[in-house]
Design a protein around this ligand. Structure first.
Ligand SMILES: NC(=O)c1ccc[n+]([C@@H]2O[C@H](COP(=O)([O-])OP(=O)(O)OC[C@H]3O[C@@H](n4cnc5c(N)ncnc54)[C@H](OP(=O)(O)O)[C@@H]3O)[C@@H](O)[C@H]2O)c1
Length: 234
């Protein structure tokens, strides 16, 4: 309800993988938690075993109309947002190299991984401007987007995450006067559908790296890039 003053957390792409685990944890810790998902049926299945105050709402981050409807839903049902985790992403394109890359695929990847996070931030930030501790935007990025260590691998994905990191800097600067902290986080190589079964990290470990950036104190860092609470080079 809109007059409930408990903190609200929104996690995009929360029906599986790291997003689901982050949402589970935030709900268990007392956030009213919104699983923002493309497929509502999948979202309800994902929410079934979670404890706490959990809601499922439709959101396709690549679709501007869907994002607008989602923001309206948030305004109506919760009236505020305290934590936004931009987690949804696609296309870890291990099969591509920069010169051979399918640019339609690159564009589609940017549409979700970069512009998706941007458009959700644009739609949700107006609901975050109330004075309250603990307001955070966490952009789930990847070391693949680090310019320092970037090679020729996964060009669409790497480009999308480098640009997402730039978005983190931009948003952090604009939202600093409001006390909203904005950071990029790499979860490490995690055994999800995206990371594959050979990945060394569990979903819980990956989610913990993301949750660190939610739990930092109000005088904590903003505009940074971290894994497991340690800075990563841009
Ligand atoms: N796994 C790793 O090793 C690793 C490493 C570094 C960074 N990351 C980052 O961690 C985050 C989570 O990754 P993951 O491994 O958990 O991936 P995942 O298991 O593939 O899950 C991706 C999630 O994003 C959702 N999604 C995709 N496109 C969407 C859209 N247009 N609108 C809304 N939701 C959308 C998916 O929904 P559907 O079920 O509808 O497809 C799914 O819930 C991503 O940002 C990823 O880049 C992962």
């Amino acid at each position: 309800m809109a007059d409930d003053t408990r903190a609200v957390a929104v996690v995009t792409g929360a029906n599986r993988g790291i997003g689901r685990q982050v949402a589970a944890q935030l709900a268990a810790e007392g956030h009213r938690t919104v699983l923002a998902v493309r497929n509502v049926d999948a979202g309800h299945v994902a929410a079934r075993d979670l404890t706490g105050d959990v809601a499922v709402a439709p959101l396709d981050v690549a679709d501007p109309d869907s994002v607008t409807r989602f923001a309206g839903w948030l305004r109506q049902h919760h009236g505020r947002v305290d934590v936004l985790v931009n987690n949804a992403a696609v296309n870890y394109d291990t099969w591509q190299d920069p010169l051979g890359a399918d640019l339609t695929q690159v564009r589609d990847t940017l549409e979700v991984n970069t512009l998706g996070a941007w458009r959700v931030a644009q739609a949700v930030a107006p609901l975050m401007r109330h004075p309250a501790p603990g307001r955070r935007i966490v952009n789930v990025s990847s070391e693949s987007g680090s310019l320092t260590s970037m090679g020729a691998a996964t060009p669409a994905y790497a480009m999308s995450k480098a640009a997402l990191n730039a978005l983190t800097r931009l948003l952090a600067a604009q939202l600093a006067p409001d006390g909203i902290l904005v950071n990029s986080v790499c979860p490490g190589w995690v055994a999800t559908d995206m990371g594959g079964p050979a990945a060394p990290r569990t979903i819980a470990e990956g989610a913990a790296s993301v949750l660190w950036a939610v739990r930092i104190p109000d005088d904590g860092p903003t505009g940074g890039f971290f894994r497991d609470g340690h800075p990563l080079p841009w």
